[in-house]
Design a protein around this ligand. Sequence first.
Ligand code: NAD
Length: 254
Amino acid sequence: MVEAVQDAAVVVTGAGGGIGAALARRFAAEGARVVVNDLDAGRAEAVAAEIGGVAVPGDASTIVERAREALGGAVDVYCANAGVASGGSEAADAAVWAEAWDVNVMAHVRAAHALLPHWLERGRGRFVSTVSAAGLLTMIGAAPYSVTKHGAYAFAEWLSLTYRHRGIQVHAICPQGVRTDMLDATGSAGDLVLKPTAIDPQDVADALFEGIAEDRFLILPHPEVAGYYQARAADPDRWLTNMNHLQQKWETAE
Ligand SMILES: NC(=O)c1ccc[n+]([C@@H]2O[C@H](COP(=O)([O-])OP(=O)(O)OC[C@H]3O[C@@H](n4cnc5c(N)ncnc54)[C@H](O)[C@@H]3O)[C@@H](O)[C@H]2O)c1
């Protein structure tokens, strides 16, 4: 049991399946009271019923007040997990870019805006962002996803460096492939890059809980991502050349 989350009031967005459902299950197993959010009301209700939580369906951007009420007036932990796997290039539809910004970045900003006044007043609050290794590196074939996940990572980093002396803890979860509906929808690029090393959603929850116990910002369920991130920073051109080889391999395989 992780003391920090026992009896905590927790919100997990996009928790009707995949990583969010695994996070919700783990928080409930640790003794937390959990709000299960998803756009899909039926899936949110099913997970909430399974774990003894409360379903608050709807767009993740809009649910903080309803979630707070459902939890008796306060949120201790907010998991900004809902995300969209927007593929495509610079030529992706404007609507695809807009949805990626809205769900992958602005939903986090809006939630933080709604949560921070209360958290700062009482000197305590925990914000968990499900980013992606694409937020540290870049995913081939998915410009909107890569760009907005970099944005999600930057926002989590900004929150952490701005408020850590005021009792706010932030965690950025950056996995590569995780066996969920989203991974199944990533097509041939996902088959090439993500599926060979894919892990289960509960492995992501386990990695988060290790990070919470160690009070660590960066959560890497695939530890090898640390090496890729270092290589990218140490020699950007070499890293880009290697990524371009992957791109060419993908183009040939397509
Ligand atoms: N699966 C992977 O390989 C992988 C890897 C790295 C990061 N991630 C990230 O993990 C998070 C969860 O992804 P997943 O793989 O579990 O996906 P998933 O598709 O299995 O589940 C995502 C859930 O979010 C819900 N959702 C989508 N938009 C929403 C919105 N606006 N409001 C509320 N709910 C919404 C969906 O209905 C769905 O139930 C995402 O942010 C994703 O980018 C996934």
